[in-house]
Design a protein around this ligand. Structure first.
Ligand SMILES: *Cc1c(COP(=O)(O)O)cnc(C)c1O
Length: 421
């Protein structure tokens, strides 16, 4: 492993010179070249919609003109459209620590949650309880409740810190999101998974805010099921299909409720009787969105030869720098840190609360610093370690400071918004 001495690893004040040194010493600095980013934009929303990797536009163009335009229906076989969901899943597998035949790309995260909560409940027929957490991304709670209703199981939504102790022998499956979308808090995946297994329960992890930003080591920790987005840190583009992971040991007996023809053992036999496909293909439902799948496949090339441990180190360096600069530069200006300061307990985003969160973010965006706002008063900043630099962090905080110090009420953007609402 290359020795990486972090120029920011000391306690004194952070200066611009040190920030520049950190970028200079960054072993992943060149990955930024793999992305097409607009000049004059500091993009801190890659946790919501990842940036465009270079080469995707050309590959999608080729898929449209040659595969669709020339190949027409022959491309289902000749251009490999038909096996694309499994092929792209196999490409995601190493990014989450799974085996190639354990991952498939299909549908949305919401639908995959539904399928897998149902499947997990079917594997624990004697148990009738699902644990999940309050404040999780809403679709997780909505879909988990719907799936549980089908199986006549009860759902307990607990405070995140109470979930571990509530896992007992009544619980069929624990449904958790690795990194919380609102606070950036990261669960201890190994500990939670081990506890669930000790109690005979299954675990389903939502990796929407982890995949592509850090290693997840699903196989090493024996995770049963996982889902995640294609369009966040995996950069698959707007509406990119999601992934679903099922550990091999559960695949043969897996039963999922959305038995569309693409999940059939022989879709093109057009039989009246349903017979599920072998393996992970059973999670498919209908015809896949081929162009979006191919865009995601192309985008994943940005991860070629990327060391995920180094990616995590860089992510922590960026979020750590942001938190330090918030303390150093914005003390007394009404900000409250919501993201845990302990490195192991945070993902790749930092959330800060401020009573004027919305107008502050509008003013930031007007200056080319793009983050987002979550109700009621949260400013959210995602730090995609593939393409964000320490200098971007420094500049973002400088903008934040100048906006708040000069009074966001004096900002023309603020008045524009007032005028229309
Ligand atoms: C972004 C996100 C989703 C999105 O689900 P879709 O079905 O793609 O809309 C789901 N869960 C979590 C935790 C998310 O962060």
């Amino acid at each position: 492993m290359t020795a990486f001495t972090d120029p920011l690893a000391f306690d004194g004040p952070v200066t611009l010179a040190l920030v520049e040194q950190a970028d200079h010493a960054d072993p992943l600095a060149l990955l930024r070249e793999r992305f097409s980013l607009p000049a004059d934009v500091i993009y801190l929303d890659g946790n919501s919609l990842g940036a465009l990797p270079r080469g995707v536009a050309e590959q999608v163009q080729r898929a449209v003109v040659q595969q669709w335009g020339e190949g027409l229906i022959r491309s289902w076989n000749d251009a490999g459209w038909y096996p694309a969901p499994g092929r792209v899943g196999a490409r995601i597998a190493p990014l989450i620590g799974a085996q190639p035949d354990e991952v498939i790309v299909t549908d949305s995260t919401s639908l995959n949650l539904y399928k897998l909560v149902c499947a997990a409940l079917a594997l624990r027929p004697q148990r009738h309880r699902v644990l999940c957490e309050q404040g999780d991304f809403p679709t997780s709670l909505y879909m988990t409740r719907s799936a549980a209703r089908q199986a006549q199981a009860e759902v307990m939504a607990l405070n995140p810190e109470d979930v571990l102790d509530a896992i007992d022998e009544q619980v069929a499956v624990v449904v958790l999101t690795h990194v919380n979308y609102r606070t950036g808090r990261r669960h201890d995946l190994p500990v939670m998974t081990r506890r669930a297994h000790d109690m005979g329960a299954l675990v389903l992890w939502d990796l929407c805010h982890s995949a592509g930003a850090m290693p997840c080591d699903l196989g090493a920790h024996g995770v049963d099921f996982a889902v995640g987005c294609g369009y966040k840190f995996l950069n698959g583009g707007p509406g990119a299909p999601a992934f679903a992971m099922v550990a091999r040991r559960h695949q043969a007996g897996l039963s999922q409720p959305l038995t569309g023809w693409f999940s059939h053992a022989q879709p093109f036999a057009f039989e009246d009787e349903y017979q599920p496909a072998e393996g992970i293909a059973r999670l498919l439902v209908g015809t896949p969105p081929v162009l979006s799948l191919l865009a995601l496949e192309s985008a994943l090339q940005a991860f070629d030869e990327v060391d995920l441990q180094a990616l995590r180190r860089k992510s922590l360096s960026l979020t750590g720098l942001f938190m330090r600069l918030i303390d150093q530069e914005l003390g007394g200006l009404g900000f409250e840190m919501l993201t845990p300061r302990v490195a192991d307990s945070r993902g790749s985003q930092v959330s800060i609360a401020h009573p004027l969160a919305y107008p502050i973010m509008q003013a930031l965006i007007a200056r080319g610093v793009i983050g987002d706002v979550r109700e009621p008063n949260i400013l959210r900043f995602g730090f995609a370690p593939m393409y964000i630099r320490h200098l971007d962090v420094w500049r973002a905080v400088a903008h934040l400071k100048s906006i708040v110090q000069s009074g966001v009420h004096h900002d023309p953007i603020y008045h524009q918004r007032k005028a229309v609402t």
